[in-house]
Every structure is written in structure tokens, then in C-alpha cells.
Design a protein. Structure first.
Ligand code: GLN
Ligand code: ZN
Length: 761
């Protein structure tokens, strides 16, 4: 019987690591205090996996900040500006790279594949000299061993490490990170040799880039790398893990022919083709790590169906070569259901967080070995059956409506330029109209009011009064600043998805279901368990109140269906698009209620549309199709004179520009502050764009206050490629995380830049 876990969350069941890190960073505790918390967490995780009977327990999947940064430390690839003097890399250098210090900024961070986890991007150049500079993988292995737990040390594979790196600023144009493979591998060899000497019998290399669309050169880098490592790896068992999608036929061939490798891990939950590939031929004598327990959600596994799949796989690879595993590291799911005090028993029985997934993996492995825990399996079957038939899950009317929209298209009756004309007649805005993205600073006082209302410590009347006061303050401020299209500031919202989820049916909220986003930051995604519907209007009360305070247009502010979907744990018993259409119909009703209440500008945020784009090109068109369709469903029913805005949190949309145009919003505001050039190049290349567009004119992620001149300068650059009458002037995202002391001068500069340019035009 063999079970394996690809990786495990580090934060702890109650975010112990987060609090320890933040207290250390604030100088409130010592390095030893932090290390003690980390040691305890690792120890309890290993023990828990061992107690569950796990055969292959991972080590080195803990990280103080990020596993890719750990790898950068391991190979000594510290960018010169951090003034590292060689020697073992300690907290100082490590956290400086992660978060910056008093004098130098942090290294860049980017999304880990299509998850919400962010890693620190290695910066490499021809000058990079690798050296073995962090022995963490070995010390973790030894630490577990001392506790009596034999583990599989996990390393980010050398090829994925290079493919995830970026050329350092100033590197030659022709420089490719992959060209450093030859100088990187000697460090990996040292690490492997040391692990071997310490007694390791298995090593795991995570090579998730194998699920991407790779050209022949990149694929051959894998062949090269593992051939070069072969002699060092001899005497060890080696598993190469892939996850987050299936691998292409070519990648499968490359992977399964790697020298020195004895096992291969596949994600059996994402991507439809892995099973076929394995059936079409699996190298004899090698291990298959079958990732059947989904590491990307919080749902209980369908154990009976998994057992069937595993039994079929056993027939192909052989009984002693099949290892039951998770689809990817459990880093991407919540930690432990035990700490969920608010779910009722039924809902809880449908779920499995990381700790429960470890039990599932082991239950499956035991069943394969002929020691099926009948009670465990029948409890699982009963839970699944209750989920299937529960009236909380199914709402016939919603199902019908969502199925009905799928087959037909949804578009506004008139094209965008006539709509803009009709809207202008009504709104009468100046050219280069100014607006903001929605939220205004969330003060401590404001958070306190919301918290106390939630805890029923203050009455509804007092709460409404407090929020009303805040809205009035924000409205008056915007009028003083002379902004053209106002917002109410979103003071009643804690989070742009949670706020809607809490008012829609079909959503549940955990108490401790945190997932690491980056560093010490965690998010608590809502859980969509049932058909989604809107019992009553969600924002009309606040938006109408705000509109009544001003004669200027007040934007209604909604979160779009795709963003609600992408930032939640989504039910796995129907296709994602089905759930998305349901949310779209609920938001559509809200849009129309806002219109009826006299709101003439409505913003439907799709901050997360971009990040849902599948990793593999072959799947992207389908996603974009239903995602964009869902957005259009929300807005197709309004009159020409109602102006629909959308907002997106990225500028990197050159590859999906046609889908964005196809959303058919009247105005789109986008985050842009760090990459004008990239965005403008789309339009320079002649993409036809007729709707309103507001590329953010300053970066709200930084406390820096922009000057009027620099904003005017940037708008001028945009005017060179965009028509004057479609350009809007706005910050690049919501102002929620900023202080009023920053927001006031920044918006003042923004409005004066717009006025300055209007005079010149
Ligand atoms: N309307 C939201 C806000 O301003 C948008 C936030 C976002 O794009 N992430 O806060
Ligand atoms: Zn944004």
C-alpha cells in the first residue's frame, strides 16, 4: 500500500505562521521565536501524515515565504543589489529579497500558474553565479528523521526553476534563463548528494511547467537536465511531479523517458487526457503517482469512483507501482475542517480540507491493498448521496434558467458607439472624464463599525447611520475634488466577493478556511456549494442613498460573475461555466434593479477574469467564450442610456484583447500603472477599439503621490494612440488600502491633469 502527499500548507490551521512572521517583521519577536513556531508546525504536519499511514511524506515543502524563493536561496542566485556576501543565506537576505528592506525594493512576485499563490520570480543573467547557499532541504529532511519520520525531500525541479525565472534588468536581449542549465545543475548535484548521504531514499522534483505548451527546445532541456543528473541520482528513487493540468502527448513522452527517474506524478483532476496517455503506454517498472485527491478545492473525494479509476490504473502499471496521491500540493486548499465551527454537520460532511485529504489518500491506498475501511467509505458515500439530493444544493428554477441561457447569445440591442452617444446626451460629461475605481480608504474606525455590526454589538440603525456618514464624506470629497463620475466608496464591503457571496444563496463561509496567497497573506475564499440565486437586491439601498446625495452620476458598483467564480471554491458537481451562468443571472437582476432605481452608470468589476484563463492554449478559447458570455448576460438588459463600466486588475491583456472587446462594456478601466507601453502597443498595432477606456494613470499600490505633470504626460502618451473622446482618467484600482493623506493629493493631481489637458485639446 502506497500513499503520497505532494505538499502541505505551511500557515498552520489557525495561521500560526502568519502571525509569527508578522510579529518578527515588526520587531516584536525574535528569530528564535519564529523558528520555534515553524518547527512546531512542521513537526505536527509530519506526525499527522505519518499517523494517517502516509508512505511518502514530503519535506522541504515548508517555506518561510515561498518555495521558489527557497530555491533561489538554495542555489545562491541572490541579485547583486541585496549585497549578500556569500555563506549560508539567513533571514536578512531572504526576507530582503521577499519584501525589500529600508533601501532596496522586493523582488518581483507573480502568480504560480493558474492558482492564487504568488511566488518570487528569480532574476538571472549571464553573470549569475550559482552556489550551494541554503541547506534547508537537507536540514528539514534531517529534522523529520530525528522525529522518526522518513520523508521525501521536495525540490523545485531545475528546468521549471529556470523556466519560471526572468532575465535580470540589464541582461542581454538574447539572454535565455534556460542557457544557465549547465551551471545550475552542479548545485542540484551537491544537494542530491547531501540528501543521499543523510539517508534519503526518494527525492521529488516538482516540474509543473511540463503541463504548459512547451516547444521542442524547452522539452529537450528536461531530457538534458535529468541525463546530467542521472549518475548523481543513481541509488535513489526519483519522482517528477506535474500538476495543474494534463501534459501534452509530447511532454508525456519526454517525461516518461527521463533518465534517472523512477516515478511520475500526474494531476488526475485537471485536464482530461492523462488517463488516456497512461493507458496508451506507461514505462514498465516505473511508479505512477496518481493525483486523484484534488488539491485545489475543499470537496470530499468521491472515494468509490476514485477506487475504480485506481484499480484500472493498477491493471496498467502493476500493483506494487501505483501510489495514491494528491493532484498537486495541498498548499492551495484550506488546512483543517476540524476548526470549522459554523458549518452544520451536513455541509461539513461534504467537505475535505488538507488534513482530511490526507486521510482520503490513505483510505484509498489501504482499500487498494485489500484493507478497505468500510465505515470510512460508507460515510463518504452517504455524504456524497446527501450532497447530490440535498434541496440546499438544487434549485430547479435556477438550473433551468442557467441551462436556457447557454444556447443563446446575449448582447445589447445597439452598438457601442451609438450607445456612447445616447449616454453622453444624458450624462453630459466633459472630455477626459474623471472617475475612481470604487473603494475609498478603509479606516480602522470603519472596519470596527462593520465588525461590531456583524457581531450584533451595534444596532442596524446605528450601522446604517455610520455607513451613511461615511458615504456622505466620500461624496462630498469627490465633489470638492471635482470628479465627474462618483462612487460611494464601498464602506459597507469587507471584500468584493465576500460581500456578494454573503447575500446570494448557494454560498457558505468558513471560519478558518485560509489559503496562502503570498508571504504571510492569506485569503478565505467563499465556498459555492449550491445553485446560486439572489433572494433580494444587494446594493440598491446604498447606491440609491449615495445617488440621492449628489447631482453628479453615481456609479453602481458590482462584482462580476467571473470574478466571483474565480475567487471562490467552486462546486465540482457541475461544470464551472454552469455555476458562472447562474451567478451571471443573479448579477443581471441586480444590474436591472439598479437601473430601475435611477442609477445610470453601473460598474461590473471583472478583476479576476484574466487569471481564470487556462494554462493550455487549447482550452483558452472555450473559457473566454463562456466567461465573456457570462459578463454580457449581466449587462445585456439595460437601456442604451445606461452606461456599463467594467474594471480589470491587470494590464497584461494583449493576448485576450478581442475577448475584452467582446465583453461589450461601454467603458473599461484597467490597471496599467506599471506598463503603459505594453498596453499602448495593442492600440498602436491597430486593434480597433471603440468603447471608453481608462488605463490607470497612477499606481495605487504605492504610497507615492504622483504629480500633475507626470499624470498629464501619461495621458498625453495615451492620447497619441487613442481617440480623445473615448479616454477616461482614473487611478488604476480601488483606493481601499491607501490613506486619505495619500488619496486626496493624488486625486487632486489627477483632476488637475485632466483639466489641464482639456484646455489644450
Ligand atoms: N471596485 C473595487 C474597488 O475599488 C475593485 C477592486 C479590484 O479591482 N480589485 O475596491
Ligand atoms: Zn483593480
Amino acid at each position: 500500500m502506497a500513499s503520497h502527499i505532494v505538499g502541505y500548507p505551511r500557515m498552520g490551521p489557525k495561521r500560526e505562521l502568519k502571525f509569527a512572521l508578522e510579529s518578527f517583521w515588526d520587531g516584536k519577536s525574535t528569530a528564535e521565536d519564529l523558528q520555534k513556531v515553524a518547527t512546531d508546525l512542521r513537526c505536527s504536519i509530519w506526525k499527522q501524515m505519518a499517523d494517517a499511514g502516509t508512505k511518502y511524506i514530503p519535506s522541504n515543502t515548508f517555506a518561510y515565504y515561498d518555495q521558489v524563493l527557497d530555491t533561489t536561496a538554495m542555489v545562491g542566485a541572490v541579485p547583486a543589489r541585496y549585497n549578500w556576501n556569500g555563506g549560508e543565506i539567513g533571514f536578512d537576505t531572504y526576507f530582503s529579497m521577499a519584501r525589500g528592506n529600508a533601501t532596496i525594493g522586493a523582488m518581483e512576485m507573480t502568480k504560480w500558474f493558474d492558482t492564487n499563490y504568488h511566488f518570487i520570480v528569480p532574476e538571472l543573467s549571464a553573470e549569475t553565479k550559482f552556489s550551494y547557499a541554503s541547506h534547508k532541504a537537507v536540514s528539514e529532511y534531517k529534522e523529520a528523521k530525528a522525529l522518526g519520520v522518513e520523508t521525501v525531500p521536495v525540490l523545485v525541479g531545475p528546468v521549471s526553476y529556470l523556466l519560471l525565472s526572468k532575465p535580470a534588468k540589464g541582461a542581454e536581449k538574447s539572454f535565455s534563463c534556460l542557457s544557465l542549465l549547465g551551471s545550475l545543475l552542479p548545485v542540484y548535484k551537491e544537494v542530491i548528494a547531501e540528501l543521499k548521504a543523510a539517508g534519503a531514499s526518494w527525492i521529488q522534483f516538482d516540474e509543473p511547467t511540463l503541463v504548459m505548451d512547451l516547444d521542442a527546445e524547452k522539452l529537450s532541456a528536461f531530457t538534458d537536465a535529468y541525463s546530467q543528473l542521472e549518475s548523481t541520482l543513481s541509488g535513489l528513487n526519483v519522482v517528477v511531479e506535474t500538476y495543474f493540468a494534463d501534459v501534452s502527448a509530447e511532454a508525456y513522452k519526454t517525461l516518461t523517458s527521463l533518465k534517472g527517474v523512477t516515478g511520475f506524478g500526474f494531476d488526475l483532476n485537471r485536464g482530461a487526457k492523462t488517463l488516456d496517455l497512461i493507458k496508451s503506454g506507461f514505462p514498465s517498472g516505473k511508479y505512477l503517482f496518481a493525483g486523484i485527491v484534488d488539491g485545489r478545492n475543499i470537496w470530499a473525494n468521491d472515494l468509490a469512483s476514485s477506487l475504480e479509476t485506481l484499480t484500472a490504473l493498477e491493471g496498467i502499471v502493476g500493483k506494487d507501482k501505483l501510489v495514491v496521491s494528491t493532484s498537486c500540493s495541498l498548499l492551495h486548499t484550506a488546512v483543517d475542517l476540524v476548526n470549522e465551527t459554523k458549518f452544520d454537520q451536513e455541509l461539513k460532511s461534504w467537505m475535505a480540507f488538507a488534513a482530511q485529504k490526507v486521510l482520503e489518500v490513505n483510505a484509498l491506498a489501504k482499500a487498494l491493498a485489500g484493507q478497505k475501511d468500510e465505515a470510512f467509505f460508507s460515510a463518504n458515500a452517504a455524504a456524497l448521496a446527501s450532497r447530490k439530493s440535498s434541496p440546499r444544493v438544487t434549485n430547479e428554477a435556477v438550473q433551468k434558467a442557467a441551462t436556457a441561457v447557454r444556447g443563446s447569445d446575449h448582447r445589447r440591442a445597439t452598438n457601442v458607439s451609438s450607445r456612447l452617444d445616447a449616454q453622453q446626451k444624458k450624462l453630459n460629461l466633459p472630455i477626459l472624464p474623471t472617475t475612481t475605481i470604487g473603494s475609498f480608504p478603509q479606516t480602522i474606525e470603519l472596519r470596527r463599525v462593520r465588525r461590531e455590526y456583524k457581531a450584533k454589538k451595534i444596532s442596524e440603525a446605528d450601522y446604517v447611520e455610520a455607513i451613511k456618514k461615511e458615504i456622505l464624506k466620500v461624496v462630498k470629497l469627490q465633489e470638492e475634488l471635482d470628479i465627474d463620475v462618483l462612487v460611494h466608496g464601498e464602506p459597507e464591503r469587507n471584500d468584493m466577493v465576500e460581500y456578494f457571496g454573503e447575500q446570494l444563496s448557494g454560498f457558505a463561509f468558513s471560519v478558518n478556511g485560509w489559503v496562502q496567497s503570498y508571504g504571510s497573506r492569506c485569503v478565505k475564499p467563499p465556498i459555492i456549494y449550491g445553485d446560486v440565486s439572489r433572494p433580494k437586491a444587494m446594493t440598491v439601498f446604498w447606491s440609491s442613498m449615495a445617488q440621492s446625495m449628489t447631482t453628479r452620476p453615481m456609479k453602481g458598483m458590482l462584482t462580476g460573475p467571473v470574478t466571483i467564480l474565480n475567487w471562490s471554491f467552486v462546486r465540482d458537481d457541475q461544470p464551472r461555466f454552469e455555476t458562472c451562468y447562474q451567478i451571471a443571472l443573479a448579477i443581471k437582476d441586480e444590474v436591472e434593479d439598479l437601473e430601475k432605481a435611477g442609477i445610470t452608470v453601473i460598474q461590473i468589476d471583472e478583476a479576476a477574469l484574466r487569471e481564470g484563463v487556462p494554462l493550455r492554449k487549447s482550452e483558452q478559447a472555450f473559457y473566454l467564450d463562456w466567461a465573456v458570455h457570462s459578463f454580457r448576460i449581466t449587462s445585456c438588459g439595460v437601456q442604451d442610456t445606461t452606461q456599463i463600466h467594467t474594471h480589470m486588475c491587470y494590464s497584461n491583456f494583449n493576448d485576450i484583447i478581442h475577448s475584452i472587446i467582446d465583453m461589450d462594456a461601454d467603458v473599461i478601466t484597467i490597471e496599467n500603472s506599471r506598463s503603459d507601453e505594453k498596453l499602448l502597443s495593442v492600440f498602436r498595432e491597430g486593434v480597433k477599439y471603440g468603447a471608453g477606456i481608462g488605463p490607470g494613470v497612477y499606481d495605487i499600490h504605492s504610497p507615492r503621490i504622483p504629480s500633475t505633470e507626470e499624470i498629464a504626460d501619461r495621458v498625453n502618451k495615451m492620447l497619441a494612440v487613442l481617440e480623445t473622446n473615448i479616454l477616461w482618467v482614473n487611478p488604476d484600482c480601488g483606493l481601499k488600502t491607501r490613506k486619505y493623506a495619500e488619496v486626496k493629493p493624488a486625486l487632486t493631481a489627477m483632476v488637475s491633469a485632466a483639466k489641464l489637458l482639456r484646455k489644450e485639446l
